[in-house]
Design a protein around this ligand. Structure first.
Ligand SMILES: C[S@@+](CC[C@H](N)C(=O)[O-])C[C@H]1O[C@@H](n2cnc3c(N)ncnc32)[C@H](O)[C@@H]1O
Length: 319
């Protein structure tokens, strides 16, 4: 896919990130089967389909509102592609049920799409007025409003500190509890901004980290990622590739640690006279350890600025 291609729907555009790097990382084979765990607007799925004449792709997304945009993107390829509404933490079952195991590659392009971010009614952005929602799956029960308005202050502070990596977690949580009920994204952004002393000299909006933290908690993003990565190993055929694009340090750390651990034959604590874990290496990290968007891509799509792509290859495990 050309870097400048966008996938648009409902007036919004999503520009897929590091497309050619992902295709190269996946080492797409002409007749391979691939799972795109984060279908979104179908940008990466389309690129995989175009990379090989007989390639088949199983696309997964938990957000059913992507359907129309995705289908428009993969028009003409219907015989080689399937979209399943599911959480990628069910990856192994979804792929097996679809008759898709083993596979030549698994791709994750984490986080939210531009369609989700830019649609005020989804409540992901502090830059527009919307309800406190932030659910990737609109059918999910728990939303941002439940966390903001019902969680105990201590719990809220821990979420902001841990998932937002914001040392002002206590102060922000206390301000949120005092301002309850909070019903909109703009109201939350303002409460957080005031608690943090406003924008003076700030490089990013003062509410950025809190919004990230609440979104991660609403969607249980880090646990789902850890669960899915483990399943990807079981799905991959020898020499199959795992490619993951992450957008913040918490998810990147999980991917990096996972690939490093799965590259080792023994993960016993140091100092033991002999291996007791029996762990066998399952992956080989493809160098360089990670790739970031080119200058050209950053100019065309500033939203790609925090992206990091990591790739690893499945190795056959010794008996
Ligand atoms: C960055 S977008 C992907 C964009 C896509 N690669 C494209 O080119 O259009 C991430 C997508 O992953 C979905 N997603 C995030 N976490 C998920 C999960 N745990 N299970 C299934 N889908 C998920 C989101 O709903 C969103 O549509």
């Amino acid at each position: 896919m050309d870097r400048q291609e966008t996938v648009s729907g409902f007036g919004q555009q999503h520009i897929p990130v590091m497309v050619s790097e992902s295709i190269q990382g996946l080492n797409v084979r002409a007749d391979g089967r691939y799972v795109d765990c984060t279908a979104g607007a179908g940008g990466h799925t389309l690129a995989i389909l175009r990379a090989g004449a007989s390639v088949r792709v199983l696309s997964i997304d938990k957000d059913s509102t992507v359907n129309d945009i995705y289908k428009e993107a993969v028009k003409g390829y219907e015989k080689r592609v399937e979209l399943v509404k599911a959480d990628f933490s069910e990856l192994k079952k979804v792929a097996t049920d679809a008759g898709f195991a083993p596979v030549a590659g698994v791709l994750f392009d984490l986080g939210v799409s531009s369609m989700q971010l830019d649609e005020a009614s989804r409540g992901f952005s502090f830059q527009s007025e919307g309800p406190l929602d932030m659910r990737m799956d609109p059918a999910q029960k728990i939303s941002a409003s439940d966390i903001i308005n019902r969680y105990e202050q201590k719990e809220l502070a821990a979420i902001i500190y841990k998932y937002g990596e914001d040392s002002a977690g206590n102060r922000i949580a206390s301000a949120i509890v005092r301002a309850r009920p909070i019903t909109t994204t703009a109201q939350l952004a303002s409460v957080v901004s005031i608690a943090k002393g406003g924008r003076r000299g700030a490089r990013i909006h003062p509410a950025t980290q809190t919004f990230q933290a609440i979104r991660i908690a609403v969607n249980d993003e880090l646990q789902k990622l850890s669960d899915a990565l483990k399943q990807a190993i079981d799905l991959l055929a020898p020499q199959g590739r795992l490619a993951v694009i992450s957008y913040h340090s918490l998810e990147d750390r999980i991917v990096k640690q996972f690939m490093k651990t799965e590259q080792r034959n023994c993960i016993c604590p140091p100092g033991l006279p002999e291996c007791r874990c029996g762990h066998k290496a399952a992956l080989k990290i493809i160098k360089p350890d990670f790739i970031t968007p080119s200058e050209q891509e950053l100019t065309l799509n500033p939203r790609s600025r925090s992206a990091k792509l990591r790739v690893a290859e499945r190795i056959a495990q010794a008996a």
